[in-house]
Design a protein around this ligand. Sequence first.
Ligand code: ZN
Length: 484
Amino acid sequence: MAFWNNDQPDATPKPTARVTPPQPPVQPAPPPQPPQAQIQPQAQHPPQPQAKTPQQVQPQPARQSLEERFGMMMKNSARTPAIDLAIQISDLVLEEAVANRASDVHFEYHGNNLRIRFRVDGILQDALVLPRNQNIPITQRLRVLAGFDPEPPATYRTEEGRFQKILSGRPIQVRLSAFPTINGEKLVLRVLDRTQMGLNLDQLGLAPEALDTLQKIIHSPYGIFFVTGATGSGKTTTLYAMVKTVSTPMINIITLEDPVEYRLESINQAQINHKTGFGWGEGLRTILRQDPDIVMVGEVRDKETAEISMRAALTGHLIFTTLHTISAAGVVERLFEMGIPPFLIASSMLGSMAQRLVRKVCPQCSVDAAPPPVAAVEEFVKSLDPVEAKSVKDIIYADGGRFKVEKGCPVCRGTGYLGRVGIFEMMIMNEVLRNQVLEHNSTDVLRRTAVQNGMRTLLMDGISKAAAGQTTIAEVLRVTATMV
Ligand SMILES: [Zn+2]
């Protein structure tokens, strides 16, 4: 089994992330609170002698943890009005979220505490725990920023809003969702940091051949191209990168999205609004009367949207969209299920690309590892298509492999990983595949054909990135587990 575990017992994030360390000397005294209400430090912060060097004139808090900065803030807050404190604390949390590259910030009540968690590289981490009854209106402050009333509605309903804030000198877009739970209101902030989004195609992590192919696709005169993957797999980022790459003043690009995740310059973005009847079908029909060259359809989720998109693709438009399937080949079967006729798929589809995000191994603490043992690899590849199995073995045993295993250090907050990179599989339609679509073949048949024609699968791409020392085999298998 578990051939990827060379010298690591398992691949789950290291428990050190939640260990309560001894108080380092820089830690300020916690505010006078009942014992259960203490701020829980969750990451290890060894004493940092360099923090006292002379050039550090300003008390630069950037490398302090959120709980340390929060502790300092509370210490000096005796005369600060509660509302100002709420503003300071919410700004501090957002700043820290951006500094930690968090994609989401969760505010949730648990018993006597308000718990704040960050999602970093796809994994939730505790950031701060505050006593619930501090009379500091933190969640109210966030609600007001998002354009809500300060207090949650008396009747059970969800709310969505957005705001922009300048944090660390750059504009950060935040989308806020409020959800009433039995413990109190839960707020989730999605943080959209422009600088964090690699909005260039060459920053996504595509292998050079895949990047070339995608460049050809986005410069096709017409046709439809699907990007697939679960929520949080980075497919919207990929679509934005595609749109941004082809954007010139000479072409008209329109997007239809729900929600508009991210505002792009010189692209006409439209937001679905079901309340006003501006749904996918209606929106798409309207867009097609707007003389578009390229249309990005946020998601094809029903027959109507799929059919309008694919017919538009046949009449001279280039359409980029997403679909919920786990593999590139699975797109065709999903379209069959929606009731799209095979000839329409075969004639309009340029191809499809499945993607996932894998965490990159931390460059500070990762450890070199030998390739996995032959017996374990042989066992693992048994379940794969023979062509894919051979490719996986070739990648693992190629000369120059630089496998790594994760360890954990303060830089990566004990997780062993820092940042993420995409893994991709791209199925480009050809004569053989088109005929197989017309004959209504299954995903398995299409996938095998694509692999035989040289498609690099998610697993193969992931293992290549592990062999290049960008990630670990354990991480690739965690993320592609549903594929094999
Ligand atoms: Zn590290």
